[in-house]
Design a protein around this ligand. Structure first.
Ligand SMILES: [Zn+2]
Length: 328
């Protein structure tokens, strides 16, 4: 349990003030569902990265005060070093949501030291099995069984549709445990979240039906699990891929193999993470352009112009569908 007297008054104010303002403003962009006041005290939730932060905010509504540590696209989550204020923020948390899989290990450590009593939801550990018809209602019974790629598991878990569902279920369940008086409220938010995922689900289904078997190569592994979920085949030269996942430079031979793949028209689409700058993506893009291969841009974190996880993902899936000639 958190002893409230342990929280400095300053820290409490820092945590509460922006949300109190947001809740009171009548001119803000409040969603219709936020009208209902929370039937109990809001749950304090801390989320490591904004790929999950928006999802948790949607699920918590007025009954959660969600603070996301890395919000905005200017920081590379892979290289984040927590500030002292981050540890303070964890001290008030009743629930911690992280990506896991060493992606945000600093957050797992802060959770252990500064909020040891708070339940911890790790997206990577939850897994979520694709091909299970979005089941996963009882995620707790089956967590942690990696049916996947062993050591080199892709850490970008928010690109796994089944994991997104599993995280949403787990967050709703934990919020309900922490504020039993708001359980119905959280279940209603969960249903609304599912509704807001309709377009996302439809786009994935359509791609899976109409684009399965098409091929791609990618400048980074960030989107690979979504590409697999819609049935695309990865043709990225393995040597290049290993280097990209390790954030090292590919060998000249690996780069040459990639450029040849593109100039030979060996893939249907090139997927580029626009949040990684540098000469390599630029070279690959121009090779794709020269060969008439469409480029689809994706991002690691929520795209700056997107107002929700769903809008961000649907925009990318729509661009992918267009690039692959899948009908609108
Ligand atoms: Zn990444």
């Amino acid at each position: 349990m958190v002893n409230p007297s342990k929280l400095g008054a300053t820290a409490t104010l820092v945590l509460l003030t922006p949300w109190a303002l947001a809740a009171c403003g009548s001119e803000g962009p409040a969603e219709p569902a936020d009208r209902g006041a929370c039937p109990s005290a809001p749950v304090e939730v801390i989320v490591s990265v904004d790929q999950w932060g928006d999802i948790v905010s949607q699920l918590g509504g007025d009954c959660a005060q969600v603070r996301t540590v890395i919000a905005g696209s200017s920081v590379d989550p892979h290289d984040y070093e927590p500030a002292p204020a981050d540890a303070v923020a964890f001290e008030g948390a009743q629930l911690v949501v992280i990506n896991g899989g060493h992606y945000d290990e600093w957050a797992a450590k802060l959770a252990a030291t500064s909020a040891p009593q708070a339940p911890l939801i790790s997206a990577v550990d939850l897994g979520g099995q694709d091909g299970h018809d979005h089941g996963g209602h009882e995620g707790h019974g089956h967590e942690g069984h990696d049916h996947d790629h062993g050591d080199g598991q892709n850490p970008h878990a928010w690109y796994r549709p089944a994991t997104v569902q599993a995280v949403a279920d787990a967050v709703t369940a934990e919020l309900g445990n922490l504020a039993p008086g708001a359980r119905e409220y959280f279940e209603a938010r969960r249903a609304e979240f599912a509704e807001r995922m309709t377009r996302y689900d439809e786009m994935i289904d359509r791609l899976r039906t109409e684009a399965a078997g098409k091929t791609y190569a990618a400048t980074e592994t960030v989107f690979d699990d979504m590409a697999a979920a819609v049935g695309l085949q990865d043709r990225t030269p393995p040597g290049y891929q290993v280097a990209a996942s390790n954030e090292t430079d590919p060998s000249p031979g690996d780069l040459a193999a990639f450029l040849t793949l593109l100039s030979d028209g060996g893939v249907d689409v090139l997927i580029v993470n626009t949040q990684t700058e540098g000469s390599l993506p630029a070279q690959l893009r121009s090779a794709a352009a020269a060969a008439g291969i469409p480029v689809v841009e994706v991002t690691e974190t929520v795209a700056p112009g997107s107002d929700s996880f769903q809008a961000w993902q649907v925009d990318q899936l729509t661009a992918l569908a267009e690039a692959l000639g899948v009908g609108a």
